[in-house]
Design a protein around this ligand. Structure first.
Ligand SMILES: [Zn+2]
Length: 152
């Protein structure tokens, strides 16, 4: 084997993974943007359905990233919560989240998925949130301003 190629492989070790990860998020964000666009020509009910699919894909992308196994996943009307999860891997998200920016949706998704391994909002949960979302507190404010529902 040519040493040049070997070096290249070595170089792309972590880089390739990072590239894939980045690309995956770029695609997820693009899909989100397309279906959030108010002036796109897609019919409203079709748009809603596509948006829901985009949201679910986003959840599964996060689940992959956080190495969480999702058993069931629903996006539906919820009265008092933004989302809920069970330790068995069942997830419910409020369909009103479809009208938020991707970063707010990410907050709720990451919030719930981390509960699979950390069932409270203690120090560990907070530091994991920070690892994956960076500064996330302002997103909690955005959500609480929209209504008094909670992500549980
Ligand atoms: Zn919670």
């Amino acid at each position: 084997m040519a040493s040049g190629k070997k070096n290249q492989n070595k170089k792309t070790g972590n880089g390739a993974n990072l590239g894939f990860e980045e690309k995956r998020w770029q695609v997820a964000n693009l899909i989100w943007k397309i279906f959030s666009d108010p002036i796109s020509s897609i019919a409203p009910n079709m748009k809603h359905r596509r948006k829901k699919e985009a949201f679910k894909k986003r959840v599964l992308t996060w689940a992959d990233k956080l190495e969480v196994k999702v058993r069931s996943l629903y996006v539906r009307p919820m009265k008092n919560k933004w989302a809920s999860c069970s330790t068995k891997g069942n997830l419910n998200f409020n369909y009103e989240l479809l009208s938020f920016d991707a970063e707010v949706a990410d907050y709720v998704i990451c919030h719930e998925l981390l509960h699979f391994s950390v069932p409270n909002h203690g120090k560990l949960w907070k530091s994991l949130m920070r690892v994956h979302l960076g500064e996330y507190e302002h997103l909690e404010v955005v959500l609480s301003q929209r209504s008094n529902r909670r992500a549980e």
